[in-house]
Design a protein around this ligand. Structure first.
Ligand SMILES: C[S@@+](CC[C@H](N)C(=O)[O-])C[C@H]1O[C@@H](n2cnc3c(N)ncnc32)[C@H](O)[C@@H]1O
Length: 195
């Protein structure tokens, strides 16, 4: 079933004119919390079963588990996570900030990420650059995992208030007390590391 889905996603990505993303993931060091982790559970697959994976939707957690994402799954709103201050070495958003709307919730979730990170903790984003129009924005992603596995998937959002840029996300992160370590901006997506 997974092979069929991967084949379909790969074919769709080739046929579609929608944004395509190719990302290679390293295994991140330390205790990782992945925010908005459900669906595929890409970071869990890249970083291993110690990863704490947070999602607000039970169905998305179930989907990731059924796709083999073994992790410590936590059902909660990432704007208010049930973890003590300074619990994690790394926090990640893998194409999940695009789903967290409106702007005030993006702000709140980044502030919350700062709270649960250790003082020298790292925050990583991989996410879509999205314009307000058209109504539906879909991004096709090929994620290459450290063990050689490739995941082909698509993420989509629609409606108002979906605009998202690297500049906006960096601004929110700086306001939350982060400093930029590195950023990489592509045509349709970006990655950023902050501490
Ligand atoms: C489609 S997934 C993103 C991709 C995912 N990281 C992966 O590896 O496939 C976006 C997820 O963010 C979750 N989400 C949206 N708002 C959230 C919030 N406030 N707190 C936690 N999870 C949230 C959604 O339920 C959804 O599962």
């Amino acid at each position: 079933m997974r092979i069929i889905k991967r084949f379909l996603m790969k074919s769709l990505a080739k046929l579609s004119r929608r944004p395509k993303v190719k990302v290679s993931l390293e295994r991140l060091e330390g205790f990782v919390v992945d925010i908005g982790a459900g669906g595929e559970g890409v970071i869990a697959k890249a970083c291993g079963m110690e990863t704490v994976c947070v999602d607000i939707r039970k169905g998305e957690i179930g989907e990731a588990k059924s796709r083999g994402a073994v992790a410590q799954w936590v059902l909660c709103d990432a704007c208010s996570m049930p973890f003590k201050n300074g619990s994690f070495d790394v926090a990640t958003f893998f194409f999940s900030l695009m789903y967290i709307r409106p702007l005030e919730r993006k702000r709140a979730v980044i502030v919350e990420a700062k709270r649960v990170l250790k003082l020298d903790g790292l925050l990583y984003f991989w996410d879509a650059i999205i314009a307000e129009k058209p109504d539906l924005h879909v991004v096709f992603v090929e994620a290459n995992l450290p063990d050689g596995e490739k995941i082909f998937t698509g993420y989509g959002v629609r409606g108002d208030g979906k605009e998202q840029t690297l500049e906006l996300v960096s601004k929110l992160a700086l306001e939350a007390g982060f400093k930029v370590v590195s950023t990489e901006s592509h045509k349709n997506w970006f990655t950023a590391c902050l501490h």
